[in-house]
Design a protein around this ligand. Structure first.
Ligand code: ADP
Length: 433
């Protein structure tokens, strides 16, 4: 079977979240980190969907457009039937972009005249009514997203928000239409198109609405939205006979020692680390005492590798908010973050070279740094550990790539307190089977 769906995601953990949704709905999915370059990159196994993870949410508009078009061009080379542009379910963007300009460029490149914009993700409380985006019980503009450091969302009306990012006309398909089913939604799209609109914000309050909308966009070259809207797409391809038999997600087939790397200071990770410290040998990293990053990584790696065969070990820089503030005060916020990320990148590479094969990583930026340092170009998406976080297995796209690694990459605030144990137990069960 060929690759049916090509996705472009504007950040790393968002890409994994989308890939996870597709896998749960029966599509074999691979995530590619950045736009692959060079020859020999087309062997994606039995993948039916590919998600290209970019870092284009907050970069300058022209960079986001250029990278997204490069991703599109690579995906079209794979013969994809539909393209999905994935952004955050809270529509994280500014009046400059990057959602509008990227969507405009993708539509132009696809010679298409219309696309929906639907970030709704009801499972996580993101719903749209009369074009207004809600986060739980609050309007987007009243939620904590109003104070986001990079993309403060001060307007909940998505028709207005997207209109400020594009010269094209943006319309609305209201919930009372969605409730009537896919044909009514398609008729509403036609009416908007005839009125000169290029985009439609579409209301959605629950997963049933997303399925209706999914059906209505079956013949759209481009779909834009959060990972929720991807729920409805696999059913279309199945009806069109484009997918193989629905497959259970495969747990990574990777044996070998495991480590847990926690570079997140988010609340959920703090709880997970506190629990893990009681279970396994732990190495606490103090950013203020790191000194030379390469030397520090070597020293910690030596300690970890010495005990490698006795079970999992935890390496963490996770700290309480007052301590993080103190560290940031002394080092500067960016410098502290960058130093810790470089340390964990180095450490991961040294541990991999020393025989570690299973990595559980907590923190979005931390995960990005670790994956980059490990030179992982692509991952096959496996079963879900906790909502939004799947196991993945690194995929060799080049002959020179290393032996596969099992990677669980979690955004800081995801997962229950026993997430680390749950993740490792899934691999142990596979070993035992
Ligand atoms: P999350 O997903 O919780 O936001 P991230 O990994 O994306 O986690 O971000 C956490 C940031 O904080 C990273 O840049 C990391 O390097 C940095 N960091 C980790 N530990 C500390 C610490 N003790 N003090 C200051 N910054 C830290």
């Amino acid at each position: 079977m060929a690759i049916v769906l090509g996705c472009i995601a504007d950040d790393f953990t968002g890409a994994t979240d989308l890939a996870n949704t597709l896998v749960k709905n029966g599509m074999r999915t691979v995530q590619v980190n950045g736009v692959p370059s060079g020859a020999g990159l087309k062997d994606l196994g039995d993948a039916e969907a590919v998600v290209v993870a970019l870092k284009s949410r907050t970069c300058p508009v022209h960079e986001a457009v250029t990278e997204s078009l490069a991703a599109l061009s690579w995906l079209r080379g794979l013969g994809t039937k539909q393209v999905f542009f994935k952004y955050c379910s809270t529509f994280d963007s500014t009046d400059m972009g990057n959602i509008g300009p990227v969507a405009d460029a993708l539509l132009d490149a696809l010679h298409a005249d219309f696309a929906i914009a639907c970030p709704a993700f009801p499972t996580t409380g993101r719903t749209i009514y009369k074009g207004y985006l809600f986060v739980g019980d609050m309007l987007l503009s009243e939620s904590s997203l109003k104070d986001h450091p990079l993309t403060p969302m001060r307007d909940a009306n998505l028709v207005r928000v997207l209109s400020r990012q594009t010269d094209e006309l943006v319309g609305l398909v209201e919930h009372k239409i969605v409730r009537q089913g896919p044909d009514a939604v398609k008729a509403a799209f036609d009416a908007l198109k005839n009125g000169g609109h290029r985009y439609a914000i579409v209301d959605a309050l629950d997963d049933a609405d997303l399925t209706v909308i999914g059906r209505a966009v079956a013949d759209h070259p481009l779909v834009t939205g959060g990972s929720g809207i991807a729920l409805g797409l696999p059913g279309n391809y199945r009806r069109q006979g484009l997918l193989g038999a629905a497959a259970d997600a495969q747990t990574p087939n990777v044996s070998g020692p495991a480590v847990i790397i926690a570079g997140s200071c988010s609340q959920a990770t703090r709880g997970q680390v506190a629990r893990a410290r009681k279970l396994w040998p732990s190495h606490k990293i103090d950013p203020l005492a790191l000194g030379d990053v390469a030397d520090a990584a070597r020293t910690v790696a030596d300690k970890v590798l010495a005990g490698l065969n006795s079970g999992p070990q935890l390496i963490y820089s996770t700290a309480e908010p007052d301590m993080v503030l103190k560290i940031q005060g002394e080092m500067g916020r960016n410098q502290a973050g960058d130093t810790v990320e470089r340390f964990f990148g180095r450490l991961a590479r040294t541990l991999r070279d020393g025989g570690v094969r299973r990595f559980v990583v907590a923190g979005g930026e931390t995960s990005g740094a670790v994956v980059q340092a490990l030179g992982v170009h692509a991952m096959r998406i496996g079963p879900e550990i906790d909502p939004g976080v799947p196991w993945t297995e690194s995929l060799s796209l080049r002959a020179a790539d290393d032996a596969p690694l099992a990677l669980a990459l979690k955004s800081g605030n995801f997962g229950t307190e026993d997430f680390f144990e749950k993740a490792l137990a899934m691999l142990d069960r596979r070993d035992a089977a």
